[in-house]
Design a protein around this ligand. Structure first.
Ligand code: MRU
Length: 369
């Protein structure tokens, strides 16, 4: 997507510098800073500190981390070491392990001398695939938006609520939840997006930055406003992303998603989840019982970051000194609250049959593993 007229992906390989470049998202939406990642430690830090974030982007970053490891020492031992080091950076988004597993399996099957070049090639492939998957999710989600738009008086926007940032900077490009929005806007379908702020880290501000840069009408709202808006008929549909979806369609996503799904169910508002296939964890059935939920720092809750009046990016403390903060970063929305999963192969019911119907190849591999 474009930033000030220039097309960017959220990460890219610089051939001249022979190194990965990322957008350091800690400073967005106020400053656009690019950073080069040079060592495995820097890769791990970039993920842990959320310089890169969003399930698909974490996966793509990890693939480049494996390429870096293979470039310096392509032995089995070193690939295992890099796998373990990167795997423990964040526990919830399954794309991380998906990418690590894919890289390690492919590289170990090759002669040691071929691994470095193949690893870099594979990281590029994983990135390109992500862009393609998200574009297709956009096409499939666009159908849903088109249908709703067709039932509205001319010019009245389709009102979409989204939570967190499942936008282009959470992926390599397009985003997942935002891809149908970008494509609807590009097709001149009127849309308006309610953007949940998404405390504690306010990823909604990233979504506002993205949508604003693309000229899409949107309003930034508090996390608690969604239920009220739904009760008053102000939301036509919800589209969120996901960090891990189980084989029966339970959706783990940013904390607060579950409450939005409950409110949507109570108010008959369709609740869709944009789901790229690498985000499906075929080994897990019951999301509430089985998905590890990342617990992040208290400071993210007791403090907020923003732009100060003198134009600096700073943090202020919200709570009294010493107030304990709890910070579960994700929650699980059970499948019965999900209207449909928008995938790169089409839209399906959030159920084992729905997912296996669209992805028989992946479901079969998982069953035989
Ligand atoms: O903690 P984050 O910012 O990495 O969480 C991101 C989300 O929860 C997104 O909704 C999810 O990764 C889908 S991104 C396309």
């Amino acid at each position: 997507m474009k930033v000030n007229g220039t097309h960017y992906r959220s990460l890219w390989w610089d051939e001249d510098k022979d190194a990965l470049q990322i957008i350091d998202q800690r400073w967005l939406p106020h400053e656009f800073r690019v950073q080069q990642v040079n060592t495995l430690q820097e890769f791990a830090d970039a993920i842990v500190e959320m310089r890169v974030r969003g399930a698909p982007l974490i996966g793509a970053t990890a693939a480049y981390g494996m390429a870096l490891a293979a470039g310096s020492d392509p032995s089995d031992e070193n690939l295992d070491k890099a796998w373990e080091y990167l795997d423990k950076t964040r526990p919830t988004a399954i794309n991380l392990r998906w990418a690590l597993n894919r890289c390690r399996a492919k590289l170990k099957a090759l002669p040691v001398g071929d691994r470095a070049a193949a690893a870099l090639q594979l990281a590029h492939e994983i990135s390109d695939e992500d862009v393609d998957i998200n574009y297709r999710i956009g096409q499939n989600g666009l159908e849903i938006i088109r249908r709703i738009a067709a039932g509205k008086p001319d010019g009245e926007p389709v009102r979409i609520l989204t939570h967190c940032n499942a936008g282009w900077i959470a992926t390599v490009d397009w985003g997942t939840a935002t891809s149908p929005m970008y494509q609807a806007h590009d097709e001149n379908i009127a849309i308006h997006v309610w953007v949940d702020e998404t405390r504690p880290r306010n990823q909604g501000a990233l979504t506002s930055w993205e949508l604003g840069s693309h000229g899409i009408a949107h309003t930034y709202i508090t996390d608690n406003a969604g239920g009220h808006l739904m009760q008053h008929g102000q939301v036509d549909l919800v589209i969120t992303g996901t960090d891990r979806t189980t084989r029966r369609g339970d959706v783990c996503n940013k904390i607060g998603t579950y409450l939005k799904a409950l409110a949507a169910k109570a108010n008959d508002v369709p609740f869709y989840v944009a789901l790229p296939s690498p985000t499906i964890d075929w080994t897990v059935e019951d999301g509430v019982a089985e998905i590890p939920i990342e617990e992040r720092l208290e400071r993210e809750v007791t403090h907020v970051q923003g732009l100060t009046e003198d134009g600096r990016i700073g943090q202020v403390q919200v709570t009294p000194h010493g107030t304990p903060g709890g910070n579960p970063a994700f929650d699980v929305t059970p499948n019965h609250l999900v209207t449909g999963l928008i995938t790169e192969r089409g839209v399906c019911e959030a159920s084992a049959d729905g997912l296996a119907g669209l992805f028989p190849d992946l479901a079969k591999v998982a069953r035989s593993a």
